[in-house]
Design a protein around this ligand. Sequence first.
Ligand code: NDP
Ligand code: 2IT
Length: 446
Amino acid sequence: MYSDLSLAHFMDGLKKRNPGELEFHQAVYEVAESVMPFILDNPVYQHAAILQRMTEPDRSIIFKVIWEDDAGNLRLNRGYRVQFNNSIGPYKGGLRFHPSVNLSILKFLGFEQTFKNSLTTLPMGAAKGGADFNPKGKSDREVMRFCQSFMTELSHHIGPDTDIPAGDIGVGAREISFMFGQYKRLRHEFTGVLTGKALEFGGSLIRTEATGYGAAFFMEEMLAHRGDSIRGKTCVLSGSGNVALYCAEKIIQLGGKVVTFSDSTGFIYDEQGINAEKLDYLIKLKTFQRGRISEYADKYQCDFFVDEKPWGVRCDLAFPCATQNEIDKQDAHTLVSNGCMAVVEGANMPTTIEAIKVLQHAKLLFAPGKAANAGGVALSGLEMTQNSVRMSWSAEDLEARLANIMKDIHQQCVKYNEDGDYINYVNGANIAGFIKVANAMLAYGV
Ligand code: NDP
Ligand code: 2IT
């Protein structure tokens, strides 16, 4: 049945089983291209049809979410939880609230999470969920009613040893708090069922910063491997949410110069560099006032480019931290011709497959999200541990653990890459992430 394991044959089958799910096809293709030669060299994985089994979620739960807006109108959204793989630990992964959310996007994210969570070295399986709900422009009480209704159904499918959701786009501390409160009320128990909680009720120090810090640490590791560092480098970032803001904070601490941020309305270019004080303003603007990035340009008198992406700004290092497919082939050519030396994906799958090829062909260092942004879920894993032992660790301790985990992920990528002097981090991350999950699946039998 699985004797023809050519990439084309495999992808044909996958597309037939999952018609129209373009983001999911893309995420699987990127992994399959890396691991197929490894599987062919190690037929035990082929005989057990591991790749086929890994690309099928254990289950996809889709549900109706009804809530009432401030005007008393009933509103309808669709909620999801895709539980992908629990071979190496309970299902774990974020929730995304964004109008674009659909099954394809959540399957791509859940699939990526399998490899990412494996790379963290912690015992976590993979899942992703969310809703096509748009928190933008909603009042706090509307968001509360939505979150409570969403959790009323989701609570049947999750649990601290079963499936532990967290944040993602559109889901931050406010949403996690509303959902945690509802779970606690419904289940009559106080457990670590979500991560990214506030410090007052079981949250962990450094979780907020972890994804962005981890991405900056990963860049520092890649550069250190070449005898270089972030210090003095001009850095272009996209997004201005959780990942982008704290990635910038760590870059600034490491001596880099951050010159751009973006949101869905365009990007700002601050040629002078964004220092700690300006970043503090931006964190308050984006996190608490839920403002627009153009307000930064008004305050600090810098350029704002409406509806544009920042990849045309001359830089040494690029950090896409907004959303999927935000660097296309043309953007990649622009980065190369402007002298960019490395791209680290803070977001999940922000670079198209064609764009990755352009960057790799030009021998730029390229770190895929499943390696570079794994610091977020790794800190979630440490939040789970702290909840289990009913203790909290210090910020210094947690940041040191995070730095070590990112170093370990970097080493795993280097170990499994086979491209001469040039480190192909995509292959390294995919193969290293695959082996641990695949071996667990083999051990369980059929
Ligand atoms: P946030 O919601 O905090 O911020 C998202 C940012 O990206 C905002 O600036 C938003 O702009 C922008 N953005 C979102 N969608 C689009 C779009 N379609 N076009 C243009 N800009 C867009 O999310 P996070 O920072 O948490 O997540 C960013 C990325 O990082 C995602 O890919 C996520 O999956 C990934 N990630 C997140 C982790 C986490 O721990 N939070 C962990 C690992 C990865 P606007 O406000 O205008 O919509
Ligand atoms: O994509 C991701 O890794 C996240 N959104 C974080 C998941 C988590 O469980 O912390």
